[in-house]
Design a protein around this ligand. Structure first.
Ligand code: CTP
Ligand code: MG
Length: 254
């Protein structure tokens, strides 16, 4: 359904139904010992719940599929039941796999018919603003088979020689033009068939879903990401995430 009078671009998919797959099955080794990363609390609420709310905040998202740690499926179901989530959104929980890629595929296996657009969103990016989610969906609706939110880099990047000894100085081989580089975030958005095909065809280790679509030779586009969509990876990221939540609370007048 189109809600405005502007003509839709060719290939546009108005009225498409959207689901979000949230891989949350990682241990969080870089965060240090403790519960699986997605179950760690940020200001008292598990990171995963923040991530689910971030997806459900988009009115376009009608289903959220959480890919849980294989031994934590029951715990994740209990958590979802215990936290207030929008009524318009359905939830499914499936057990994850050994790698992120496998976890995403297990989430995709649970997609019901009738979903046309799929978002894949890291549980480890709990604070992505809804405007970023909506702009990814919008770009897929406008006809892009794969869309990634991303930001320009703050740091200059060096490419180093392969196979150096750990801890030894590493010879630099190149300095890529920073203005052409982007740091990629999630949610990444896809035309459903494109993403399913990428997961069927592409093997080998990848760290994001869009790169699988690139390997199919299809067009992937970048839309502006957001600094609050950063990934909680190391202990300092927990401090930053809680500071962002505290700032939001102040701004919301709580
Ligand atoms: N993930 C997953 N299944 C895996 C590995 C990762 O679902 N087997 C998910 C994580 O839960 C996270 C997202 O993929 O939400 C991004 O991965 P990353 O930030 O690397 O999380 P972890 O793999 O848990 O962390 P680490 O690499 O430090 O162990
Ligand atoms: Mg990992």
């Amino acid at each position: 359904m189109s809600d405005d009078s502007l003509p839709s671009p060719p290939g546009a998919r108005t009225g498409a139904r959207t689901a979000a797959v949230i891989p949350a099955a990682g241990r969080g080794v870089r965060l240090g010992p403790g519960a699986p990363k997605a179950l760690r609390a940020l200001n008292g609420t598990p990171m995963l719940i923040h991530a689910v709310r971030a997806m459900a905040a988009s009115r376009a998202v009608s289903l959220v599929i959480v890919v849980a740690p294989p031994d934590g499926t029951a715990e994740v179901k209990t958590l979802l039941d215990a936290h207030a989530l929008p009524e318009r959104t359905d939830f499914l929980v499936v057990p994850g796999g050994e790698t992120r890629q496998e976890s995403v595929r297990l989430g995709l296996d649970a997609l019901p018919p009738g979903i046309d657009i799929v978002l894949v969103h890291d549980a480890a990016r709990p604070l992505v603003p809804v405007d970023t989610v909506d702009s990814v969906i919008e770009a897929v609706r406008d006809g892009a088979p794969a869309v990634v939110p991303a930001l320009p880099l703050a740091d200059t990047v060096k490419q180093v020689e392969q196979g150096g000894a750990a801890g030894e100085p590493e010879p630099v081989v190149a300095t890529p033009d920073r203005s052409l580089l982007r740091a990629v975030q999630t949610p990444q958005g896809f035309d459903r068939e494109t993403l399913l095909r990428a997961h069927e065809v592409v093997t080998g280790n990848v760290t994001d879903d869009a790169s699988m679509v690139e390997q199919l030779g299809l067009r992937v586009v970048v839309v502006p990401g957001h600094e609050e969509a950063f990934k909680v990876t190391r202990p300092l990221d927990l401090v930053l995430a809680e500071a962002v939540l505290a700032r939001r609370r102040l701004n919301d007048g709580f």
